[in-house]
Design a binder for this molecule. Structure first.
Ligand code: FAD
Length: 332
């Protein structure tokens, strides 16, 4: 594990004092500027546009840093003001409560940089880069290894945390290392072993550390046309088997081996079942789609309904893969 310096060099105490004063003085204002950065915190920011479900309430505070220094300053601001931190990638595996999220939501989508190293075949990328864009970039260069990931609409950070996978491949199989930022401001470079990867899970799901960067091992030197053709095939397959035309979060439940969640839900007769604007997708029963105007609570209630129905029929409690943030109350 490699560590580096903490916050001290980034944001001075005097800066934070002025920040607190700024907050106290502008409670009705919408913006706070973090001194020494080009970064602003906003109050009461709707999160529905930042999740693939297109539902959810407001973040009490929201920030989307563009560099490591701004990210560190945002964390220090949260600590100084007793704000709980929630990290948001592309929001493609999240269900955010209609009541919103208290504290500070840190969106990583603007942490951008990528470097393909031909000497090592390694791709080093910042947390906010999107997985499909990287898959297409790698294919265009003739680098193999990311074709499977083209249909996963998340960021690098979210994929590393979730151990995203498809077509018998997953992040754990190709990750060389991930750089993470701890609450004390320390940066560490962790190996896949240190991240404790299992199926769609990692130790990072405890939510304490923020992924800032990741390095993946790819295989350069292939024919770009052939890699691009395989990537297109994967994309085509996904479009024909998954309901991309309505907002969704991908698979809602983890597969309880030896079954698949989709098969269990379908066999329970729930395909097409609808609660409010949320529906079990006709094309794939492990997807819940927002048919228009769904509330987060409709989706939450449908998740609970599916769990109870499958439990009654199969004595199996389906565990959600989607991460639920905030408070929910199921419709009785
Ligand atoms: C149409 C569709 C298809 C999908 N198909 C697949 C699939 O085939 N395979 C698959 O595995 N997933 C799939 N997903 C789910 C989702 O895309 C993945 O889980 C993805 O990895 C989530 O990335 P994200 O950036 O959107 O993370 P988010 O949804 O924003 O966050 C997910 C979790 O990671 C945390 N997080 C995000 N970024 C960071 C960071 N930088 N540091 C620390 N924590 C962070 C969040 O706090 C949250 O707990 C699909 C989703 C959709 C909508």
């Amino acid at each position: 594990m490699i560590t580096s310096q903490g916050f001290g060099k980034i944001c001075k105490f005097s800066d934070l004092t002025s920040l607190r004063q700024t907050k106290d003085n502008v409670d009705d204002s919408k913006l706070i500027y973090l001194p020494g950065t080009n970064c602003t915190l906003r109050t009461q920011t709707s999160l529905s546009a930042f999740t693939s479900y297109r539902v959810g309430g407001e973040a009490e505070w929201y920030v989307s840093p563009r560099d490591l220094e701004s990210l560190q300053a945002s964390i220090e601001y949260a600590q100084e003001n007793d704000l709980r931190i929630t990290v948001l990638g592309a929001g493609s595996n999240l269900l955010v409560s209609d009541r919103g999220i208290p504290g500070l939501v840190i969106a990583t989508r603007h942490l951008r940089s990528k470097h393909f190293n031909p000497a090592t075949g390694q791709l080093t990328v910042s947390a906010g880069e999107t997985i499909p864009a990287l898959a297409w970039d790698a294919a265009a260069l003739g680098w193999e290894g990311l074709e499977w990931a083209v249909g996963i609409p998340g960021t690098v950070g979210g994929a590393v945390v979730m151990n995203a996978g498809a077509h018998n491949s997953c992040v754990a199989n190709m990750l060389v290392s991930a750089q993470v930022l701890s609450p004390d401001g320390t940066l560490a470079t962790l190996t896949p072993e240190e991240l404790g990867y299992t199926y769609r899970s990692s130790l990072l799901q405890g939510g304490k550390q923020i992924v800032t960067q990741a390095t993946f091992q790819l295989q350069p030197g292939a024919d770009p046309l052939a890699v691009t053709a395989r990537t297109k095939e994967h994309k085509k397959h996904r479009l024909s088997t998954q309901p991309y035309s309505y907002p969704n979060c991908g698979s809602v439940f983890r597969n309880p081996k030896p079954y698949t969640a989709g098969w269990l839900i379908e066999q329970t007769g729930l395909k097409g079942y609808q609660l409010g604007g949320a529906q079990v997708a006709q094309l794939h029963a492990n997807f819940i789609v927002n048919r228009g105007g769904a509330k987060a609570n409709d989706i939450f209630s449908l998740i609970r309904h599916i769990q109870h129905e499958v439990q009654e029929r199969w004595s199996i409690w389906l565990e959600p893969e989607v991460k639920m943030l905030g408070e929910f109350s199921p419709i009785a």
